[in-house]
Design a protein around this ligand. Sequence first.
Ligand code: PLP
Length: 750
Amino acid sequence: MPELFLMPSTEIYLDANATTPVLPQACAAALKVMGDVFGNPSSSHASGLKARARMAEVRARARRVLGVSSGELIFVSGATEGIQTAVLSALKSLSGRNDVDCVLYGATEHSAVPQALRHWNAVLGLGLAVVEIPVAINGAHDLNWLRVHAGRAGLVCTMAANNETGVVSDLADIATALEQSPALWLVDGVQALGKLALDLTGLQIDYAAFSGHKLYAPKGIGLLYVREGAPLTPMMAGGGQEGALRSGTENLPAIAALGAVLEALENDSCFQDQTTMRVFNERLATALRSAFSGLVFNAPLATCLPTTLNFSVPGLGSKAIIDVFDAAGLRVSGGSACSAGSASPSHVLLAMGLPAWQTESAVRMSFGPATTVEFIDEACKRILKCGEALRRHGWMPASGERVASVDGITRFTEGGGCCYALVDANTRSCVVIDPFPGVLPQLKQWLGSRKLQVLAALNTQGGGEAALWASALRQAAGVRRRAPDSVDALGWPVGQSHISLGLHRLSRLEIPKQRHSDVVFLMREADNCLSFAFVGKLIAPGGFEATECGEAAFFEGAEALRCLRAAVQPDTLMLPRFDPKDRMACTFQGEAHDQPWLAGWPGALGDVASPVGACAHDRAFLSAAQNCAVEDFSGQPPALHHECDAVSLRRLLQRHPDLVIVDVREPIEQELSGLPDFGAQVRKQSVPMSGFVNALPGWLKPHDDSVLVFVCRSGNRSSKAAAALAKLGHRASHSLVGGLSLLSSHVAFD
Ligand code: PLP
């Protein structure tokens, strides 16, 4: 059996602000406690006493590390719980007070803080205003604003250091601004612990929350400091643990692990000092600057934690950078880990007022204080390698490097919108269809780096902004040797019946005037076979756009569809301008499964002779279309494809030794990390998602019965690819669930 070969072999984890690995001595401490000190700290027998003593030891150490000899130090499950308890305690004490009417929090706080404020304000029925403290473009709190508003505030929440940008708050200045304020003060110390000195008592901080898993302890353990005399209301009542301040049997293994981390911190045994961390920071910053042209840091490094670098690269989205880094074994994140699943830009960068492109494409790189010099060496090496690969693949400007060539259709997407570049590699000529602002920077870079001759930049829809974008692209890409008025409003060369790109021919199909599409572009091959139709917004896979509008406009849509249906075959691949579910393409034949009204409707066209008949027919069509479209847009995609894990993949391989593994990662990712060895007979095909539609005609040949297994990094793209192909009628389309990242080296496939 061949060893599964996965590149790269080692992981460079640079996402420490999300969470950290557990220090070996912390693991050992937890294991030891689970074996030897398993007693319940509340029990009065010897086992319990041992457990209680262990806990007391850790608490005493935490007091020393945090420099708090008085007040409470409570073990909690993490910072979110600590924040809840602090907020509940503070707000409860404000009940009935008429000298305060608001609570304030930094605009860049972790969402745990504003959410807790709103939650407990509502639960306690206080009706206080919950107000953001603005921050400047460098992320610093607006202290003048704070001074003005602090006089009526009952609670002020400011983090010690930001988790996304690393911006360090000036707690001493905040303390001064609060001198005349009646407010209690909560400091989220999560990102500061182990990286910054904190003076909790000197600054009269009332509450401070900490989290173990951000500093090499396991998840599920944290600390809440409460100043002596500050109000404290337990959030959990029960068995009276933690002096009745936090009931529930204590998580002793995690407490012991946290103790081991605090011990390392106290003894300086494996944590780097400030100077060394600053050197690491500078080395990473230098590597990033040389790898990425035009890179900007989203917060000034000098006023940030040395362990956090937040940056954006013009023309490169954060997802692109994260995917490329991931392929090189570098783990970074975009925005905050908690919101990484959502596409919305970071609230932190928005609050700082950074330009849209920076907030939308930000990447966070963060390391922990136990990082070694060897680790930073390797990280820098891989960052530079990613930069070289990005240039080689034309994602960034290259000087003199040969850029990988492309052929056929490349799809650019952003926010559900799609734009296409049709390229003939032999003549190095290109036509762009439906450019829009979200893809323009990437598209310009992509075209420029390949030195493609852009013959036309076309729109399927006339007028308005769409025309401006295409015109902007025409200028940028130098659609040249043509006077500006020698193209029409859609960018089509006046007087030309078709555009030739090598053996491809592009012609236009006039659509009767209606709301969405003015024109459809038809792509034919040398044998005059119609291979693709670029249909703009006329038909969206799995949903019928026209139903969004009123009835009158809909009838125009129906007329346009009729016209399109008459010009293409039932199985012609139609490429949409809008494809939020990544269905890639649709056919009239395939859509009929999803939207049964389409099955009867086009065929019946010829029978509808009279305008009255047409109208009655269309009314039935309209109501069916509305039902289908609404359902399809809101429901789960039908699961016609098959998801397989490593075990079922092995079974599938036994049944179909000649199956095809289709790698849908982009070529740059494929270059940076190879595929595992799936076995000698397995065929491999590289079909990046951006060029996915090119492979469709081959896979959809009537008698093609090949078994396809799509793979990608996380299983997300491959699942979409398999679903798209299944929807188009392929019978054996599979996806590797969880992606290549879940295949571990003990899996062998032969
Ligand atoms: N505060 C900050 C600054 C954080 O970074 C996080 C975690 O991302 C939290 C609070 C929440 O911490 P926990 O995961 O321990 O609940």
